[in-house]
Design a protein around this ligand. Structure first.
Ligand code: PEP
Ligand code: MG
Length: 701
């Protein structure tokens, strides 16, 4: 991991899931962005530097205490005296000699830089507290975590000039990443992100997408395989990264980059054109935004408005609760960019994977199903009230609407609406103006709300479908954990049926409905969603033109036919095959061909698909290539023969060839016949590929 390691870096390819598409190139920076607000740089310090590191720690403690007192005051104002009290315990922990001793010892004995030492010391103390019998001390583990985060924030601000927190132009490589960390990457010149864990609809990922940072998630062992300073190409188009690539790979990617830019030129040509299907059906296309910069991006491509303003991102980058006036200014700056189009402002949806450092929430085993969204706001009426006042005041001059997150049924909805009425009454009594008929909408993102949509429709002005959460709750599959990827599938037939019902009922009731979950931002789904009845989407600003392109290349009859077919099958795999096929047929012609090299994890030899010769090949220098040959036979593809020349034996190349071929077979929906016994044996050892085999055939030699 150290950048001082002198061994020659080996070229390598690793694969992952595309979380935010694009192409990036830059030196790797290894960070731990998992548990802290700030990316923690890891560095070895010399003996002479140790004292300076300890002094930085002392200064950070002082600064953190000052900040804590300010936060305490803002929490007292916003949430009340009892919640503010929790910060007393944190002040005591900050001053704890045990913590200082532990940090000092780590700097001295392990030659760690102070940021890494603080991280480690906090981890050790948390483990210690966590093991204690007394529940009081176990609770303090959470406070310790917060204290650590605060210290790291201050250390980041006082970072040595030659060790910036984030190197301009770097590719960040980390095991996990928090939304609050990504929120702080804006404007820091980060070119790409490679994350070992992470899910496609986690908020950290959503933010990376909206910042336009090419991102791969689910890249196993990335932090072990990539070293600080390695040159990395992030191919967040095909889902792979090259580490210290050879010149020929770099050249290929220059070409891919040029193709991509040309494609972006085509998309730019769509700005200002109407968002209609090929046969003239109008679709409303709005943007999901988090920060004011997103609003500007949306306005630049002429979005039809903001369909989802995630205000929690405004709160996430602060270190205190923004006051009513501060919120008013933020929301106003955003709405200004889009007007006269409407901005739908969602009230705070914190909790789960969007914790606020200054909001003391209890630790929960299942935070996604815990204290979050509207239930949290209703429990903290001052917080809700302040936000509602800010939004209502803005409604006097700008077209805004209020959106309520995580509504689970009629009672919560009515309670939230009562809070809105109360805020209106207060403003009216003070002679402050607002739009009395400001539209109020509910997110449909819990199964209970989906079931009750018919009744909810009688009490709201509009709906917004949050498919990210809806899928997670319908399928009982965590949206954040990428490991749940095979279970968390928006093309599950249960999800499709629910979506169809939502669109149908909303239309029957005359209640506008929009879809703002991440599936709306993926053109693969556009045709299906239109076919299911959706006529309004809200998508990541960076995807607006891609979705517009997909809409303009769709026609309603085809879309409805696809939806009908999909609704008639009951297997996720079959649905995916249909939707993927449909997309493959409609993919924009101008979209770049990514014929970059392919290759399996861990090999230093790239595997290429030589379509002309019908074989997958790997070659070292000028030597004869290793290959796996195939031939098409009707619907099936016969995998014929595997050959590895003597010079390449013993490196696992045959297995690499077969794996790449099978992965591509899956993408292309090939039914394969493994005539070659090596391939057949490989499939026996890797049953995840069994489904590709055409079982009609007695297929072994
Ligand atoms: C959703 O759940 O789909 C949604 C749009 O809300 P969020 O992603 O912010 O939870
Ligand atoms: Mg949600």
């Amino acid at each position: 991991m150290s950048s001082t390691d002198n061994t020659q870096p080996a070229p390598l390819m690793i694969v992952g899931e595309v979380a935010s598409s694009g192409l990036a190139r830059g030196p790797a920076m290894l960070c731990d962005c998992a548990r802290t607000q700030t990316a923690v740089p890891l560095r070895q310090v010399s003996a002479a530097e140790v004292q300076a590191e300890v002094e930085r720690f002392d200064a950070a403690v002082l600064a953190a205490e000052g900040k804590l007192r300010e936060v305490q005051e803002s929490v007292r104002r916003t949430l009340g005296k009892d919640e503010a009290e929790i910060f007393e315990a944190q002040v005591l922990l900050l001053r704890d000699v045990q913590l200082r001793d532990a940090v000092r010892a780590l700097c001295l004995e392990k030659r760690m830089n102070v940021e890494a030492a603080v991280e480690e010391a906090i981890k050790q103390l948390m483990d210690l507290f966590g093991r204690l019998e007394d529940p009081y001390f176990r609770e303090r583990a959470t406070d310790l975590y917060d204290v650590g985060r605060r210290l790291l924030d201050h250390l980041a601000e006082s970072g040595l000039p030659d060790v910036p927190v984030v190197h301009e132009g770097c590719v960040i490589v980390t095991s996990e990443i928090l939304a609050s960390v990504v929120a702080r990457l804006e404007g820091q010149g980060v070119r790409g992100l490679i994350v070992e864990k992470g899910g496609l609809t986690a908020h950290a990922t959503i933010l990376a997408r909206s910042l336009g940072i090419p991102t791969l998630v689910q890249v196993p062992e990335a932090t072990a395989k990539i070293r600080a300073g390695d040159l990395v190409i992030v191919d967040a188009l095909a889902g792979r990264a090259f580490i210290n690539p050879q010149a020929d790979i770099l050249r290929k990617y220059d070409q891919v980059d040029a193709n991509l830019k040309a494609h972006q030129g085509v998309l730019k040509g769509l700005i200002g054109l109407p968002t209609v299907t090929h046969d003239g059906v109008e679709i409303k296309l709005c943007a999901n935004i988090g920060q004011t910069a997103d609003a500007l991006a949306a306005a630049n491509v002429k979005a039809d408005g903001v369909g989802l303003y995630r205000t929690e991102f405004v709160f996430l980058v602060q270190d205190h609760f923004p006051s009513e006036d501060e919120q008013y200014q933020f929301y106003r700056a955003t709405a200004e960019h889009l007007q006269p189009a409407e901005t739908v402002i969602r009230v705070l949806d914190v909790g789960s994977d969007k914790p606020l450092s200054y909001f003391p929430l209890p630790r929960e085993a299942n935070p996604a199903m815990g204290f979050r969204g509207i239930r949290l706001l209703l429990a903290h009426p001052t917080l809700l009230h302040t936000q509602l006042r800010a939004i209502l005041r803005l409604s006097a001059s700008h077209p805004v609407a209020i959106l309520l997150p995580m509504i689970d049924g009629i009672d919560e909805l009515r309670a939230a609406k009562a809070a809105i009425e109360h805020a209106k009454e207060e403003l009216a009594a003070a002679g402050q103006s607002f739009a009395p008929l400001i539209p109020v909408g509910a997110m449909i993102e819990t199964p209970s709300a989906a079931i009750l949509i018919e009744h909810l429709a009688d009490e709201v002005d509009f709906f917004s479908v949050g498919s990210n959460d809806l899928v997670q709750f319908l399928l009982a599959a965590d949206r954040i954990r990428g490991e749940m990827k095979s279970t968390y599938d928006p093309l599950h037939p249960a999800v499709i049926q629910v979506l169809a019902k939502l669109a149908t009922v909303a239309r029957r009731k005359g209640t506008p409905i929009s879809l703002c979950g991440e599936i709306a931002s993926d053109p693969t789904y556009t045709n299906l969603l239109i076919g299911l009845g959706f006529r309004s989407f809200s998508v990541s600003p960076g995807r607006l033109l891609d979705i517009k392109h997909a809409i303009r290349s769709t026609d309603l009859q085809q879309a409805e036919k696809l939806a009908e077919q999909v609704l008639s099958v009951h297997s996720t795999r079959d649905i995916r095959a249909q939707v993927q096929d449909d997309w493959n047929r409609r993919r924009p012609v101008a979209s770049p061909e990514f014929n970059g090299p392919t290759g399996p994890v861990g090999t230093s030899l790239a595997v290429r698909h030589n379509v002309a010769r019908q074989r997958f090949e790997a070659q070292a220098g000028e030597s004869a290539p290793a290959f796996l040959s195939y031939r098409g036979e009707g619907e099936r593809v016969i995998l014929k023969h595997t050959f590895v020349p003597d010079a390449l034996r013993g490196q696992g190349i045959a297995a690499d060839l077969v794996r790449v071929a099978l992965e591509e077979a899956r993408q292309r929906h090939w039914k394969i016949v493994p005539r070659c016994s090596y391939v057949a044996g490989f499939i026996e050892r890797h049953p995840e590929f069994c489904d590709l085999v055409d079982r009609q055939e007695g297929n072994l030699d």
